[in-house]
Design a protein around this ligand. Structure first.
Ligand SMILES: Nc1nc2c(ncn2[C@@H]2O[C@H](COP(=O)(O)OP(=O)(O)OP(=O)(O)O)[C@@H](O)[C@H]2O)c(=O)[nH]1
Ligand SMILES: [Mg+2]
Length: 461
């Protein structure tokens, strides 16, 4: 790896700010024990001569004045068996804002440097303790908004994704070498079966990339959450749906059309998926200026939606506005709820060909499980559930995989021509897929790439 190994010793408070029982201050780098011996006083021997895994009780003292900063515990780690792969200690002191702060200042006065965000994890990566997908999983775990998201991050931390990607890298490397070997055959002596066999291997590589790409929706929703906008004509039951999904009376429901005039947002978790629900002002030619502004906001919300749940009062015929609304939106991103069927049903799913729709009565017997399933199915573009899911790629992985897929496809096209003149470009395309795939687990990554990734971390991780 071309990136330099860190030579200084870093320190940071690893626990969240605020009041708590204990706080943890971390120290990592080559001078860890020299610094720890100076600041941490315990019965002999000092930290530098203690075995890894030892917990010491002692006092942290200011290096210059000898003032006792706190009574604390110190945990010893030795390279390479630590989070960062370096010599490292963790000091557990009293919680609250002061003790940890004073210890950190003491460590800095003794020669440590305040760590940057994510710098401990960056060092773990630079020292080969984890690959880039695992470093990202650390971040995903910290940011996880649901148990399902946490489970996925843990699997990625355990190398589920890294393993698949490295296997893919090795397969591409092997295939590229075989295509290059084809170039060395004297004219006309290469059996026809060889390029065919190589093309078959490339096809299975492209299928594996596609399979990984198919997990993106799941990863996107778990990491970022999805925006679900509830829209439709006035009085069709939009706010009723918001309240049912939210499990509380979030929005005012009334028989007067035009009750909701502004967008109303609510965060929920549906089967472990974080969703941002947005209830909106009903769409119509509004007489009043306030409602007109509300409707403008509805359109803005719709433009940013991952899914629009369009409510329709099914007890009366479809209006011209509803028809044109449905025609103007991507059917992939619309789920129609034909509501109020307790009042009779004029519009049925078969009247809306090409659209996903469910007939419901939100007031009498709302089928919430079915509605929830359908919402997730639309967002994830596959049936929801599936607890065995262990892998879902991120935006960064997706972009790299798309570039690689393009190269592999070009390589296949060249090979299939059967012309010898195409073998060299086939090899070039296959090899070009290595770079993006390698970038996923952090092969040859640049300082700049790492800075972007680790700047999203918190200090002390
Ligand atoms: N009969 C019947 N009434 C319903 C049903 N769902 C909602 N309603 C009623 O329809 C009226 C309007 O419901 P809301 O949820 O306020 O409708 P909305 O789409 O938010 O209306 P606006 O905010 O005015 O655009 C209320 O009186 C609800 O109780 C249903 O399934 N059947
Ligand atoms: Mg409403």
């Amino acid at each position: 790896m071309a990136l330099p190994h860190p030579s200084d010793t870093i320190a940071a408070i690893a626990t969240a700010p605020g009041e708590g029982a204990i706080a943890i201050v971390r120290l990592s780098g080559p001078n860890t024990f020299a610094i720890a011996d100076r600041i941490f006083h315990c019965p002999a021997p000092p930290p530098s001569r203690r075995a890894p895994g030892t917990f010491l009780h002692g006092q942290v003292m200011a290096p210059a004045s000898g003032e006792v900063l706190d009574d604390a515990l110190l945990l010893v780690f030795r390279a390479p068996h630590s989070y960062t792969g370096e010599d490292s200690v963790e000091i557990q002191c009293h919680g609250g804002s002061q003790a940890a702060r004073r210890i950190l200042d003491g460590l800095i006065a003794t020669g440590a440097r305040q760590a940057e965000p994510g710098e401990f994890t960056k060092r773990a990566f630079l020292n080969g303790k984890i690959d880039l997908t695992q470093a990202e999983a650390v971040l995903d775990l910290i940011h996880a908004r649901s148990e399902r998201a946490a489970r996925l991050a843990t699997a990625q931390l355990e190398d589920a994704l890294g393993l698949r990607i490295r296997t893919l890298y090795d397969s591409i490397l092997a295939v590229s070498a075989d295509i290059e070997a084809m170039l060395d055959f004297p004219d006309d002596e290469l059996p026809q079966s060889v390029p065919e066999e190589v093309a078959r291997r490339l096809s299975s590589i492209s299928a594996e990339i596609q399979a990984l790409l198919d997990t993106w929706h799941e990863g996107h929703v778990l990491r970022e959450g999805a925006r679900v906008v509830i829209a439709g004509a006035p009085n069709v039951g939009k706010s009723t749906l918001l309240n049912l999904l939210a499990g509380r009376e979030r929005a005012i429901v009334s028989p007067h059309p035009g009750t909701t005039r502004d967008t109303i947002e609510e965060s929920i978790t549906l089967q472990g998926y974080p969703l941002q629900l947005v209830d909106t002002a009903g769409l119509r030619d509004a007489p009043c200026e306030i409602e007109q502004e509300g409707i403008r906001r509805t359109h803005r919300a719709l433009a940013e939606a991952d899914l629009c749940v369009c409510l329709i009062d099914a007890s009366r015929p479809l209006s011209a506005e509803e028809k044109s609304f449905l025609a103007a939106h991507d059917p992939q991103k619309i789920l129609v709820l034909l509501n109020k069927i307790d009042l009779g049903q004029e519009i049925r799913p078969e009247n809306l060909p090409g659209l996903d729709s469910i007939s419901v009565s939100l007031q009498k017997s709302p089928p919430m499980a079915q509605i929830g399933e359908k919402i997730l199915q639309k967002i994830l573009q596959k049936p929801a559930g599936g607890d065995q899911e262990t892998l879902a790629i991120s935006e960064r992985h997706k972009n790299a995989l798309l570039i690689a897929l393009d190269e592999i496809r070009m390589s296949i096209i060249r090979l299939k021509s059967g012309l010898e003149a195409d073998f060299l470009p086939a090899a070039t395309h296959a090899k070009a897929a290595l770079e993006p795939i390698g970038s996923i687990f952090g092969k040859n990554c640049t300082e700049e790439m790492l800075d972007i990734l680790f700047s999203r971390f918190c200090v002390g991780k």
